[in-house]
Design a protein around this ligand. Structure first.
Ligand code: SAJ
Length: 417
């Protein structure tokens, strides 16, 4: 049997590769010519440990190929982006485009799975779009179990940096539009999933995924709020959280520079957009986490002001600020939607010299490519007038002792806890 994966990004490509590694013929479809060419050379255009090895081997064995135009297959997995619009409503245009792409090749008996994180109702909407494009076929919303096409929502839940392991090990929520749709989807995923495939309906599956990420967002917001409260009250928040977590039923997460990535900072808005009056804590958590980078920035400004008071003869251009970490979380090189990068960009505009330490990248992103910004190592950064720790990368452990002696440190992540 043949599988087609629509969207060869952070979820689609690993998913396509892992199916192909189980000797399923996989056709990957993407609108990006460069991505298609890269994959067909057996290389990858995204960052994920070990994915390059799997892709190289399945492409050279002929089990995975990438194309720009959809081809017939037995099953289709849609893994396209679902960003939000200015008003925080989900932008389903990529799903709609995917429907248009596969409709011409869709045939009786096919299974179509939506993996993209989606607002409640998106799977029904996808079925509707497909039905409009293919009036000759019957779809579950109109024909139930007797429909020609099977449709299900099976949200991805993998952690960037551990995708290949989590794809196999994690339990899967399978939300078919009918029982037969769910059964067909379970059959497909059982090819490589070692975790349980738990069946529910499509709407619950959509909400489950949004709930998981909102749960994490709310809990991180709690930690971030505590960090701002403790700052006012002159209490070490890291010590406080460690103490509170000794309670058998308390498990507080870690404050940081803000919440980054493309999931946790996005998905809760889909719930807020669906139920604005009810989703009060979820909205507030988003606002707290989104405000954290500004708070960290203000702390750095405060330290810079102190430096100016101590060095009245020197102008702004003489101050050196160092930021430790640019990535959106520890020990990865992913800078997308990173609060640390955001803070660094703003600091690059205040007129001082900026030392950037990001052990996981070799060149600065273009947004920081300015003469006054230098990519350097942690030891060199210790000479800066103000040091700001934004990501708790493991290699930074080597400089904590020296950092602790520095006079002006803004430690957003508790490296010096
Ligand atoms: N963060 C904190 N404090 C913490 C934990 C995280 O500030 O205690 C920050 C991180 O630094 C980062 C952000 O939150 O900026 C998100 O990081 P993360 O590791 O919590 O999550 P992601 O975005 O890498 O992946 C999440 C995962 N969801 C959950 O753990 C519930 C993953 O399983 C999902 O598949 C993924 O979102 C997704 O694609 O939705």
């Amino acid at each position: 049997s043949t599988l087609s994966v629509i969207g060869l990004g952070y979820i689609g490509l690993p998913t396509a590769a892992i199916f192909a590694s189980r000797k399923i013929k996989v056709i990957g479809v993407d609108v990006n010519q460069k991505a298609v060419d890269t994959i067909n050379r057996g290389e990858i255009h995204i960052v994920e440990p070990d994915l390059d090895i799997v892709v190289r081997s399945v492409v050279s064995d002929g089990f995975l190929k990438a194309t720009l135009v959809a081809e017939p297959a037995d099953a289709f997995i849609v893994a396209v982006p679902t960003p939000f619009k200015d008003n925080h409503a989900a932008d389903l245009s990529y799903i709609e485009a995917a429907c248009k792409a596969i409709a011409p090749v869709l045939a009786k008996g096919n299974l179509v799975i939506l993996e993209s994180t989606s607002p409640v109702g998106a799977t029904e909407q996808m079925a509707q779009w497909l039905a409009e494009q293919r009036p000759d076929l019957t779809f579950p919303q109109s024909h139930g179990e007797t429909s020609d096409i099977r449709i299900a929502h099976c949200p991805e839940r993998v952690l960037p940096g551990h995708v290949l392991r989590e794809l196999v090990q994690n339990d899967r929520v399978i939300g078919g539009m009918t029982a037969a749709c769910s059964a067909a989807a379970v059959n497909l995923y059982k090819v490589f999933v070692k975790g349980d495939c738990v069946i529910t309906n499509a709407r619950t599956a959509e909400m489950a995924k949004l709930t998981e990420n909102s749960f994490r967002d709310v809990n991180i917001a709690f930690a971030n709020e505590l960090s701002m409260i403790c700052d006012k009250l002159d209490i070490n928040v890291w010590e406080l959280i460690a103490l509170a977590n000794r309670h058998p039923r308390v498990n507080i997460l870690q404050p940081g520079a803000g919440v980054g990535g493309h999931c946790i900072a996005v998905d809760p808005w889909f719930i807020v957009d669906s139920c604005p009056e009810q989703a009060r804590i979820i909205r507030m958590a988003r606002e707290v986490n989104d405000s954290k980078p500004e708070w960290v920035l203000a702390k750095v400004q405060q330290q810079l002001d102190n430096w100016h008071k101590a060095n009245p003869a020197l102008g702004r251009a003489h101050a050196t600020v160092a930021v430790l970490g640019l990535a959106f979380k520890p020990d990865i090189d992913d800078l997308r939607e990173s609060p640390a990068l955001d803070i660094a960009k703003q600091l690059a505009g205040v007129g001082c010299k900026l030392l950037v330490v990001e052990p996981n990248i070799k060149t600065l992103p273009t947004s920081l490519a300015k003469p006054e910004v230098v990519l350097t190592d942690a030891k060199t950064a210790l000479s800066a007038d103000v040091i700001c720790v934004l990501v708790r990368h493991s290699p930074f452990a080597d400089i904590t002792a020296e950092l602790a002696k520095h006079a002006a440190v803004v430690d957003a992540v508790g490296l010096l806890r």
